[in-house]
Design a protein around this ligand. Structure first.
Ligand SMILES: [Zn+2]
Length: 348
C-alpha cells in the first residue's frame, strides 16, 4: 500500500480516518501492516493490499492468509465484536465464488473496456483519480491507467490479489479489498467512479449504486454496465437455480461442457459459415461477439453465468430510474448489444 492511498481511505464502520502501522515495508510501500480506527476497528494490510472488510466477510482473510495472522499475532489487536448486523450468507458466497473465478480465470482476455468507455469524450481519463468497483482480476484498472488515470480497484473477493499481481509495477494502480455498501473511501474523493458488470450481482444492486455517490466529487460522473433483461438470461435463471448450489469445481466442469457446445460447436460453425448472407443476418449478436475471442474467454463467461450466487436484470428505463432516484444529473443510458445496459450520470 502506498502512503497516498491512506489519504483516500476511511473506516467502513464509522467513516473516520485511519492510522497506518507498518510491519514490513519495501520501497516506501507497506507490504504487511495494520490500519486502525478510533472506533476500535482495525484492518490488516496483507501483501500490500488493505483489507477493509467488516462482519463475517473477514473470515475469508484468516482462511486465505494464515501466515499473516501467525507471523504478526503479537502485534494484532484483539478482534472487536462487530456491531450487530449480520451479513447475509449470499454475500459471503459471492465473495468466495468471484474470488475463485478471478483466480482461476485471471488471464481472461476479453476487451470489453473499450466498448464500455466508448460513449465518453476523448481524453476523459487523463490525470483523473477514479474508483473501479468490483475490479476482479484488474484488467480494467490496467486499461484505465494506460489512459493515464490513477485508479483504485476495489473488490469484495480475493481476486484483488490477482489484480495486484497484474498491476504490480504500475504506479497509477492501487487495490483495496472492500465492500460496496460499507465503502471505505472518504466523501468526495473521486473524479469518476465506474463499475463494469458487477452491481447486478449484489443482493440489492440499487442500494450498492447509491452507496457510491457520496464518494464522488461534485460534478463528477459515475458510469456503469449492468445486465440487460433478455429472454435468454431469464431462461438461464432456471439452470442457475440448480448450478448455484453446486460446489465451485463442479460448476467449473459444467461450464466446460457448456463451452464445448456453445463455443466449440456453435461459434465455430458460425465462423465456418459466416460468409453466407443468411447466416450473417440470423446469427445472434453474442455468437458474433464470441467469434472474436478464444475458447478460454467463453469458458470463463460460462463459469460466471453458472456460478454467480445472485444476478439481476434491467431495462433501460429501470436503470435510468436508479440515476434519477439518486438525484444525479446529465443522465444518459444506452443498450449495448443484447447484453448490457449502460448508464451515466453526474453528482450535482
Ligand atoms: Zn471506525
Amino acid at each position: 500500500m502506498r502512503p497516498r492511498l491512506l489519504d483516500l481511505l476511511c473506516c467502513p464502520a464509522c467513516g473516520s480516518g485511519l492510522q497506518a502501522e507498518a510491519f514490513e515495508e519495501k520501497t516506501g510501500r507497506i507490504i504487511n501492516g495494520l490500519l486502525s480506527c478510533v472506533c476500535g476497528q482495525w484492518f490488516p494490510i496483507i501483501n500490500s493490499i488493505p483489507r477493509l472488510l467488516l462482519h463475517n466477510l473477514r473470515a475469508q482473510l484468516v482462511e486465505r492468509h494464515p501466515e499473516f495472522y501467525k507471523d504478526h499475532a503479537s502485534r494484532l489487536p484483539e478482534e472487536v465484536s462487530l456491531h450487530n448486523r449480520d451479513v447475509i450468507g449470499t454475500k459471503v458466497k459471492t465473495q468466495v465464488s468471484f474470488g475463485y473465478e478471478w483466480t482461476i480465470f485471471s488471464d481472461y482476455a476479453v476487451d470489453n473496456f473499450s466498448e464500455f468507455i466508448r460513449p465518453l469524450e476523448g481524453g476523459f481519463f487523463e490525470k483523473k483519480l477514479g474508483l473501479d468497483v468490483g475490479c476482479g482480476a484488474g484488467r480494467h484498472v490496467k486499461h484505465a491507467t494506460s489512459l493515464r488515470a490513477e485508479v483504485i480497484g476495489m473488490d469484495l473477493s480475493h481476486a484483488v490479489d490477482s489484480a495486484g499481481r497484474l498491476n504490480q509495477d504500475n504506479p497509477l494502480a492501487h487495490f483495496v479489498q472492500g465492500d460496496v455498501v460499507d465503502l471505505p473511501f472518504r466523501r468526495g474523493a473521486f473524479d469518476f467512479i465506474y463499475s463494469l458488470g458487477v452491481l447486478h450481482h449484489l443482493p440489492d444492486p440499487e442500494r450498492g449504486f447509491r452507496s457510491l455517490i457520496p464518494a464522488l466529487k461534485k460534478e463528477a460522473p459515475i458510469f456503469i454496465w449492468v445486465y440487460q433483461r433478455t429472454k435468454r438470461k431469464e431462461w438461464l435463471e432456471y439452470a442457475r437455480r440448480m448450478t448455484t448450489r453446486m460446489p465451485l469445481p463442479v460448476i467449473k466442469e459444467l461450464a466446460w461442457s457448456a463451452t464445448v457446445i456453445d463455443y466449440g460447436i456453435v461459434v465455430n460453425l458460425y465462423r465456418l459459415l459466416q460468409r453466407a448472407a443468411l447466416v450473417a443476418r440470423w446469427t445472434p449478436l453474442r455468437i458474433k461477439e464470441y467469434a472474436k475471442y478464444d475458447f478460454a474467454a467463453s469458458y470463463a463467461d460460462w463459469f460466471d453465468r453458472l456460478s454467480a450466487p445472485t444476478s439481476h436484470f434491467y431495462s433501460q428505463a429501470e436503470l435510468r430510474a436508479w440515476f434519477e432516484r439518486a438525484g444525479l444529473k446529465n443522465i444518459e443510458t444506452a443498450l449495448v448489444e443484447d447484453s448490457w445496459v449502460w448508464g451515466k450520470g453526474k453528482r450535482p
